[in-house]
Design a protein around this ligand. Sequence first.
Ligand code: GDP
Ligand code: MG
Length: 443
Amino acid sequence: TLSDRLAATFKNLRGKGRLSEADIDATAREIRIALLEADVALPVVKKFVAAVKERARGEEVSGALNPAQQIVKIVNDELVTILGGETRRLRYAKTAPTVLMLAGLQGAGKTTLAAKLALWLKDQGSSPMLVAADLQRPNAVNQLQINGERVGVKVFAPEPGNGVGDPVAVARAGVAEARRTLHDVVIVDTAGRLGVDAEMMQQAADIRDAVSPDEILFVVDAMVGQDAVNTAQAFLDGVGYDGVVLTKLDGDARGGAALSIASITGKPVMFASNGEKPTDFDVFHPDRMAGRILDMGDMLTLIEQAEKSFDADQAAKAAAKLTGQGGDFTLDDFLQQMQQLRKMGSLSKIMGMLPGMGQFREQLENFDEREIDRIQAIIQSMTPSERDNPKIIDGSRRARISRGSGTQVSEVNGLVDRFFEARKMMMSMAKGGGIPGMPGMPG
Ligand code: GDP
Ligand code: MG
């Protein structure tokens, strides 16, 4: 995953003050691979990576984040922007009914979506109606009727009695019926083919002209990957649409199609379907999708928290010490870092968010947060010279510290040992890469 690979790249970036051209190139390479793995179309990947590099070059170096984290943040921001920024809301007609038209290939999930959308609208107090304008597949009308029944929404369908036999006429009659019966939203389900073809496109365009939809939604199966781009473009040229709905996100698709389509068409992804049940549906969240495409786990949450709570000055001082430029790393620094960590949230949660930290999970689960309180008590029972130079802490000093902090001598010993161990580890991390501010995991 990108997490793993970036963790490796982090190593090379550790400790550097700013983004060098080589750093940017190395990180860009990993991001490029990750996007291709997520099935993002190549031209989109190229354009995206170029934009990220451009931004990375212009970026000021943040105090709270290391260079690689900073690039990840840029990547994420860029992804979210392309995917539509804030969730795009449905546009309702000034005069009811609002007409929504669904377009897309056969099997994309239009008929399923029609019912989901209807239920969602109903839950918001609307009174939607479904129109079965897919007369292509023998069972299509019946399928919509069944779906409509499941969510308790009226379905307008051609019947021997109501005199409509072609999809354009059905769509027109359906909207008229909705107006007459005071339904405020009409959802027009249309036919699709397995592949794009001119006749189908024309039919969709004719339905569009007949009902003047307020929103045309292009429905696309997220599992189709690379091909989605061609289909999306064909529908954009042939019918046009205002927004995209991704379906089958419950599958294992990484969601590259979302980025490809949004980037190439400039249309926002508005809704997401993630299952066959009517409730398996939500408005689209660009930030969540960005996380899924990059497969960054909770890395971004961590970055956010780090930015909020990290004291840049303190971090710079600690970093300088670790690289041997600001004197020795002392017990005071150790304590400060512990407190810094706690500010960022529960230590174990934080550790769990970091890529590559899975191996420590067991240790983390056994970690007692109160440990930090004890560490604090012990260190605060030391004299300044003991904190600066823990080597002088001999047997009698240990006994005094343990009495002062109300702990066992063995705990004082444990802490001092751990401190030396942590210092060693941090020194090597500072040289060879690793995670900043993660000293002395007790355990
Ligand atoms: P249409 O041809 O575009 O109308 O597509 P349908 O609505 O008939 O859906 C085609 C198939 O995909 C059906 O078997 C649906 O149950 C299934 N389907 C639709 N949406 C989803 C989804 O979000 N997740 C999953 N797993 N299946 C879906
Ligand atoms: Mg259908």
